[in-house]
Ligand binder design. Structure first.
Ligand SMILES: CNc1ncnc2c1ncn2[C@@H]1O[C@H](/C=C/CNC(=O)c2cc(-c3ccc(F)cc3)cc(O)c2O)[C@H](F)[C@H]1O
Ligand SMILES: [Mg+2]
Length: 214
């Protein structure tokens, strides 16, 4: 039977990365996507912007929407302080399975909780199920038409606090127009665009960093 792209990406990690070395896992995925097969990871260029935001925020509790193969999950978790945690939501069981193995190869299991299921169901359960009070950082990288509804859901569930940072991938390509309009015009957010390129290509894309003002 034919392998899937996520399976081939995982094999590239197991072949080329050092167990327990998150940065080598990130490097192996970027090399695979540049040299062999494009995949929708945030990538190395936007990844550097992600790294700088994570390092600046120094978050204790992180939420990621859309794990896919775990590239950004590993990238973020490798920068977290000791007791910090990232909860990442993924509703495709095949992707979740691959992501767990990529995360295990990086040796970051105890910093990362992969939760299988739709964000719409799990966000309202964050407090009771995972003892989350509020998130310090939210990385949005799932279906682009779900960024806005899930942001409103996070607000309604009281999971954002004064100063929570929302960092959104793909605000240009594929684009998240309704989300951008909201965070750039709402008095409850201070928003900033970081221009970059679509992963592994020359096309324009960028990250939008929005601070929740409470
Ligand atoms: C809706 N709630 C969800 N809950 C849990 N997991 C979810 C949910 N929704 C999706 N997932 C999960 O999150 C992932 C979805 C990622 C979607 N990402 C993209 O489409 C995306 C697309 C491009 C792209 C750009 C140009 C081009 F020519 C082709 C593609 C670039 C990017 O960086 C992207 O991130 C996963 F697949 C899905 O199961
Ligand atoms: Mg993306």
């Amino acid at each position: 039977t034919q392998s899937t792209r996520p399976q081939r990406l995982l094999h590239a990690v197991q072949k080329n990365a050092t167990r327990g070395d998150p940065r080598s896992v990130v490097k192996a995925i970027d090399n695979f996507c540049r040299q062999k097969e494009w995949a929708m990871n945030v990538g190395d260029e936007k990844g550097c912007i992600l790294d700088s935001v994570v390092s600046e925020v120094n978050p204790v509790t992180v939420l990621e929407l859309g794990t896919y193969c775990g590239y950004s999950t590993v990238r973020i978790a490798s920068l977290l302080p000791p007791r910090a945690k990232i909860i990442t939501l993924e509703f495709n069981p095949d992707y979740a399975k691959i992501a767990r193995q990529v995360i295990a190869w990086a040796g970051l299991e105890d910093k990362i909780q992969v939760v299988e299921g739709p964000s719409g169901e799990w966000i309202p359960k964050m407090k009771e199920q995972f003892g989350v009070k509020t998130f310090d950082l939210v990385f949005l990288d799932h279906w682009k038409d779900r960024y806005l509804p899930d942001t409103k859901l996070l607000e309604d569930c009281g999971l954002l606090r004064k100063g929570t940072i929302l960092l959104a991938d793909n605000v240009i390509c594929p684009g998240t127009p309704d989300y951008l309009e909201y965070v750039r015009n709402s008095p409850r957010y201070k928003s900033q665009y970081f221009k970059s390129h679509l992963e592994y290509t020359k096309a324009e894309d960028g990250l939008e960093k929005s601070v929740f003002l409470g």
